[in-house]
Design a protein around this ligand. Structure first.
Ligand code: FE2
Ligand code: FE2
Length: 305
């Protein structure tokens, strides 16, 4: 079932629309506090029941996320998935896997996942024709969602999507549904609940453990497979769901100069990630050769996942 959702993040008066998949009662959240606008039963955003359902689903998602994303959990996931011993495949094969998988769980989806990736990439390409690395970043930024796939352990939604945040230091108030952190084992741990926690001022986000999800996983995959993409691309991949930082300017005390530079690109990228869900269909076969050439330029032919 497909539902169109609204992101209650407002930019001026613009309400950002995003598309998510809904498989039975599971909702896929992508880097943001998201909510259904109309579902396939025709409930609208204003419908009281649909509205309260939406709130419950999103709250429950963040309740689970905030309770479980702890230092121990992140360490465990980084260690487990850092082995990269599950699958060997190319970047394009992963696009197809994600596509097929999303299609399977979502038979009514009118735009396959690959189109979100390509729409993001193509919109960036139109406005920044010379930044080919940014086009490729658009294409691959969500590939970590394969964590939802059986082959990757079929992780629960709260361990794959949604806003991300650092663990090992105090949870900033700007995190959505902050109250649920009270049930996180780190919340009352004096080693982890001060402003800096286990980190030092300006240590750089590279040295910070982020809550586990598709962002950190794809970052790991790209880095460990020795991509030649610039650091701004890796920054975008790892932090595109880190809304407390790129939307609310929180956690700046963990950033270094390079992070501040890269943040400029992330802010540019984020607009395309959110707004590119246009109704313009992409002719996949037509643009495929261009993206294959970029993949060849920046990645080995087969990657370890
Ligand atoms: Fe994402
Ligand atoms: Fe995305």
């Amino acid at each position: 079932m497909t539902i169109v959702i609204e992101q209650p993040r407002l930019e001026g008066d613009v309400v950002v629309e995003k598309k998510i998949q809904n498989e039975s009662n599971k909702v896929t959240l992508d880097g943001g506090f998201v909510a259904p606008e109309i579902n396939s039963f025709g409930h609208t955003f204003r419908d009281y029941d649909a509205e309260s359902e939406r709130k419950k689903t999103v709250e429950e998602f963040y309740r689970m996320n905030h309770i479980h994303q702890s230092v121990d959990f992140v360490k465990k996931m980084r260690e487990e998935y850092g082995k990269l011993n599950r699958v060997k495949m190319s970047i394009w094969e992963c696009c197809e896997l994600l596509n097929e998988f999303v299609d399977e769980s979502d038979p009514d989806l009118d735009e396959p996942q690959i189109e979100h990736l390509l729409q993001t990439a193509e919109a960036i390409r139109r406005d920044y024709p010379d930044q080919d690395w940014l086009h490729l970043t658009g294409l691959i930024h969500d590939l970590g969602k394969v964590l939802l796939h059986e082959k990757f352990g079929a992780l629960p939604q709260w361990a794959v999507v949604g806003d991300t945040f650092p663990v090992g230091c105090a949870f900033d108030e700007s995190n959505v549904h902050h109250k649920y952190f009270k049930e996180n084992p780190d919340y009352n741990n004096p080693a982890y609940n001060t402003k800096l926690g286990i980190y030092s001022e300006g240590c750089g986000l590279d040295n910070v453990m982020m809550s586990w999800g598709h962002d950190d996983y794809m970052y790991l995959v790209a880095k460990e497979n020795k991509t030649t993409l610039p650091s701004a691309a890796l920054f975008i991949i790892r932090y595109h769901s880190f809304y407390p930082m790129h939307r609310s300017n929180a956690y700046t005390y963990l950033m270094n100069e390079e992070d501040a530079e890269n943040l400029k690109w992330l802010k540019i990228f984020n607009k395309y990630d959110l707004y590119s869900k246009s109704k313009v269909r992409i002719d996949v076969e037509k643009v495929k050769p261009y993206y294959l050439s970029l993949i060849e330029k920046y990645f080995p032919s087969k990657l370890r996942w």
